[in-house]
Design a protein. Structure first.
Length: 348
């Protein structure tokens, strides 16, 4: 007999809202989680093509899949469809998909009728452990990623792991970069657990992946509840992202790959600078490689450095870098551009 998942709820309290996370849930229980609100689903064509039968229980708004559609044109289209459906204060917009869907959902919900309720059903590993959590939702403007957006928490996040069955392997790999990041900055025990298992183990064992997702959702939620508006500790979540964003833009590689290479560079820098006495770069490189993530890159260092200098985390003549003291403990370190340039060829 096939056992139904046992849905359980954990609440995280932010400055203006308590977010209800439903773990081990089944989409058929979404209405129960949404209370008496009228559900409207927002998804992309790719997710819809795999899950139409289940999603059609509600009105569905669709837009084409891909980061290139995370823009104002899609927002306008969705708003017109919400008007057509008569969406109002009694409605809840539920984004079903990956990071682009969660971004568009949160952003539209923030502006439609000056704010409507919204929630997420994340369908990728990356969305389950990262994109759906934290409240930052926005769109790209030309080449400028997440240039326009809001920080506004969803009312609910609904974790139905059956969506992972249709997730391509490359998207599993992509998501594990953020999981390894969480272990590096906050959770040494998680790091050892990841060393013990493999990607195949997590794909094959539903209990294992359920525990992993819940543990990572807790790490991200706890960091964000403590510093929702990124004045301090939330910056630790940028580990690997400073160089990662620069190479992601330049080389057009998947986010997880870029973050993986960025984490290796940050580990190397942590060792090079020696002020934190970090000595565990090799262990981290080994774990990233074990989860099929790239750990180096042929690149034009001067070009990467130029892009990095333009990064929004740059402060005056320096960069706020996230470095490691040890596995499970990170620190924000201000590094002058001159110092960073000196080490740049050694670390990347
Ligand atoms: N939406 C992702 C975050 O807030 O970090």
């Amino acid at each position: 007999m096939l056992l139904k998942p046992i849905m359980h709820k954990t609440e995280y309290t932010f400055s203006t809202k308590t977010v209800a996370c439903y773990f081990d849930a089944d989409l058929s229980s979404l209405a129960q989680a949404a209370g008496n609100k009228n559900i409207i689903i927002l998804t992309d064509e790719n997710v819809y093509s795999h899950h139409a039968a289940r999603l059609n229980a509600y009105p569905v708004i669709r837009f084409p899949a891909g980061e290139e559609h995370k823009n104002q044109a899609t927002v306008d289209q969705v708003i017109h469809e919400l008007i057509k459906l008569g969406a109002n204060k009694d409605s809840i917009l539920i984004g079903v998909g990956g990071g682009v869907v969660t971004d568009i959902t949160g952003y539209v919900a923030a502006v439609y009728m000056r704010g409507m309720q919204f929630g997420f059903v994340p369908t990728s590993i990356l969305a389950m452990v990262d994109a759906a959590i934290g409240g930052k939702n926005g769109i790209d403007v030309g080449v400028y990623k997440n240039m326009v957006g809001t920080i506004r928490q969803p009312d609910l996040i609904f974790f139905d792991y059956s969506f992972l069955q249709s997730l391509p392997v490359k998207e599993w790999v992509n998501g594990f970069a953020e999981i390894i990041k969480h272990a590096c900055i906050k959770d040494a025990l998680l790091f050892s657990i990841l060393e013990r298992y493999s990607l195949h183990d997590y794909q094959a064992d539903k209990t294992l992946i359920a525990d992993l997702i819940e543990r990572n959702a807790a790490i991200k939620s706890t960091v964000v509840t403590a510093d929702e508006f990124e004045k301090g500790d939330r910056k630790l979540l940028n580990f690997g992202h400073t160089i990662g964003h620069a190479i992601e833009n330049l080389h057009q590689i998947p986010h997880g790959h870029a973050v993986s290479i960025g984490m290796v560079a940050a580990c190397n820098l942590s060792e090079e600078l020696n002020m934190l006495h970090f000595e565990e770069a090799t262990r981290i490189v080994k774990l990233l490689a074990k989860y099929h993530l790239p750990v180096d890159l042929e690149t034009d260092h001067a070009k990467v450095f130029e892009v990095l200098k333009m990064d929004k985390k740059r402060r005056d003549e320096g960069v706020q870098f996230i470095l490691l003291k040890r596995i499970g403990e990170a620190e924000i370190v201000y590094i002058s551009l001159a110092d960073l340039e000196k080490h740049f060829k050694e670390i990347l």
